[in-house]
Design a protein around this ligand. Sequence first.
Ligand code: EPZ
Length: 431
Amino acid sequence: MQGALGSSSRSMDKILVHGGYPLSGSIKISGSKNSALPIIAASLLTRDPCVLHRVPDLSDTNYMLQILMHLGAEVERASGTVTVKAEKVESIAPYEIVRKMRASVCVLGPLLGRCKEATVSLPGGCVIGDRPIDLHLKGFQSLGAAVRVENGNVKVFAPKLTGAIVSLRGKFGPTVLGTDNVMMAAVLAEGTTVIEGAAAEPEVCDLADFLNKMGAKIEGAGTRRIIIEGVHELHGAEHHIIPDRIETGTFLVAGAICGKGITLNRVCPGHVASVTTALTEAGYKVVTTENSISVSPNGSVPKALELVTEPYPGFPTDMQAQMCALLSTTEGISTITENVFPQRYMHLAELKRMGAQVQIEGATAIIQGVERLYGAPVMASDLRASAALVLAGLKADGVTEVRRVYHIDRGYEHLDEKLSELGAHIERVKE
Ligand code: EPZ
């Protein structure tokens, strides 16, 4: 079945980026990783087949599909379309796959909703910081579930789930997957659930749209208050995953760093308004249509920025590393304050090895723009940091060697091929 789930990750590859080649032309943006993951998990909530279009071929989405197969679901992939049929379902997610991807925690909600029990290994921390799930578990308890954490697993179970008022307000703002998980448990609960302090990301709205197509009754997705009226059962549905707004933002930054003018097609401009606003403020020319965005230099010297990452619709934490790459060669002093994952600065040490001048004060990176960066062998540490290093390499003098590109394969569908289409001199080689 692995073959049917798309390319296996070429984990020990590295990417060589030959800097100084301007980008131009256009590419299509793929479906959203962070929308596809919870929507694939939500397919567990019905015995009927679910047909999902524009599922990106990534190691993360393929891990999620493998987890569903381990749980007993039938999975078929035909290019970007995935069909999931969870006629019968186990409730224990296998450690050996779950440990590879934190987002696998979002099978807890649908398994609790469908089977009234679930066992998933606790997600470890990762380089962007501790990744607690206390708010997910508190949400399940509010719905009447008991929660037990033992030998690295979390077990949730409930004789029945009863609608309730669930507060998901956390120290670092709303929780995206926590909102998804509680929503997926509440759709089959008895009575009405109100989620206060919900995440409002477009991916949460896309999940709510999919659940409503399955027969759920959810209102208010996209606001901080989501109301879910429990139903008895859900049926199969067909859905097109929204475009990936972080891939969109990543390519917008590529176009700003070294573009003569690039166009991104099949996007939702509204989902990246905070990024296009920042690039416009910095002096780049950004033109949007209903489903495309173009970015190009506009002849003036780009300006330094002061950015703060915040929950949606604020500037996304998943775009912080990419902006550090752009601002490291933008004249003047820029700052980025990371309010969501305060330790998410592993990429700065590598950018400094390329000549960037950056220092960290608390959760703020202070970036003194330099004339040029120099190609160097660099080490990717997480998904967005590795993309940022590739972007820096596009601009640097010489060759940048980005190792551990399995991080990139987790969340970007053919990043190197899409950059080549735009004129970058980039190649993937065996380590
Ligand atoms: C989602 O992660 C995304 N992943 C992340 O994208 C993204 O960075 C993050 O949201 C924030 O936007 C997916 O959607 C698969 P959170 P999630 O729960 O849901 C704290 C990428 O690069 N928190 O919204 O796991 C948490 O520590 C990835 O694609 C608690 O304290 O993040 C963080 O500081 C990286 N308790 C903040 O809330 C909890 O129970 C936001 O985390 C849950 C979270």
